[in-house]
Ligand binder design. Sequence first.
Ligand SMILES: Cc1cc2nc3c(=O)[nH]c(=O)nc-3n(C[C@H](O)[C@H](O)[C@H](O)COP(=O)(O)OP(=O)(O)OC[C@H]3O[C@@H](n4cnc5c(N)ncnc54)[C@H](O)[C@@H]3O)c2cc1C
Length: 377
Amino acid sequence: MIVGAGSMGMSAGYFLARRGLKPLLIDAFDPPHDQGSHHGDSRLIRHAYAGAPAYVPMALRADALWRELEQTSETQLLHRTGVLNMGPADARHLREKEASAAAFGLDVPRLDAHEIDARWPGLRLPEGYAGLFEPEAGYLSSERAVSAFRQQAVAHGAAILPYTRVESLQVTDGHVSVRTNNGNFHAEQVILSAGAWFKTLEPFIALPIRPVRKVVGWFEADEELYGDGVFPGFTIDAPGGYFYGFPSIAGAGVKIGRHDTGVVWRPGEEIAPFGRLAEDEADLRSALEAFLPKAAGRLLHSAVCKYEVTPDEDFIIDRHPAYGNVLLAGGFSGHGFKFSSAVGEMLADLVTAGEAKLDISPFSLRRFQGNGVQAFV
Ligand SMILES: Cc1cc2nc3c(=O)[nH]c(=O)nc-3n(C[C@H](O)[C@H](O)[C@H](O)COP(=O)(O)OP(=O)(O)OC[C@H]3O[C@@H](n4cnc5c(N)ncnc54)[C@H](O)[C@@H]3O)c2cc1C
């Protein structure tokens, strides 16, 4: 049984169903939907990664699994526009990404501000900035990906229960009982992938996850400079914050979001619409004006989404500390979507084989013990 059939849960449901199990996927909404962390059309996928070395093999595996899903679902999901990561030339994250690319033999050339200007005239970089260009990176169509997993999962025997909210869980004699607003269910193994709502599963499990309101905007742009096929996905370590964005896809405008900052959101609270906070548009516009000046036109569209952030921004993929038959997948901290195909496969491995083929030790709950973070009750 899977509680939360969003990015991670739907993927896990697909891999379990493909192995001949008949998983039940329960979701409070009808995924894909616009209440959690997976809406807004697009998510960057990159392979060179700062931080734990485990991310790179996971990104490469995820990439292969996205291609496989594209074939089985006959839907294009992955668009290899390339991704340009920009920042001060000596920024630590650029050096770490470069080192991870070298360690795994990835082609990620470093370009200086002049080379970047010459190649993408829509970009304006301050002196002293540089970029790492990942030609094999790009973006994923996120709702389409969740739909493709859902369609394939159901085709292989999974059952989806939408508009059903899990209210509490209990383990008795090794069996998990789940109480919902739509009846009670029982299973031998359960995956909890509740995104921004993990707090509602307390006291059964308490995780150090902080849900945060995030906004994105699509801005009118010069299509010749910023159109899909011409302009890459991007990240910018700017003096005023850390931003990421996408080319103008089908004329929708350049989409940009801010990765750092954000207001804490508590499950059950209304989430403020885009524009309620003055910084919603101002932050995005100021980054565009400074770095992509001809993409700082009218705001065409906007969305409000949720991150679920752990203290170190690394994921939680582990077993419940008291119940080995309850798996946890959460805290994807604003960078999880690209990995969701691989995370689903790893969760299926944990259910069917008892262990994952890739290293998940950096995502263990144990890392929070002894540093003042309450990891569980
Ligand atoms: C604006 C924005 C931009 C991002 N950009 C990127 C990017 O460029 N690249 C990238 O890799 N990642 C990115 N991310 C992060 C990525 O989208 C998330 O890490 C990922 O979607 C998290 O997946 P999830 O399964 O944990 O959450 P979700 O996809 O939200 O799924 C959780 C599901 O659980 C259900 N649920 C919760 N509680 C219950 C309950 N009690 N009962 C039943 N169902 C329940 C919810 O309804 C939901 O469907 C971005 C996120 C946002 C918000």
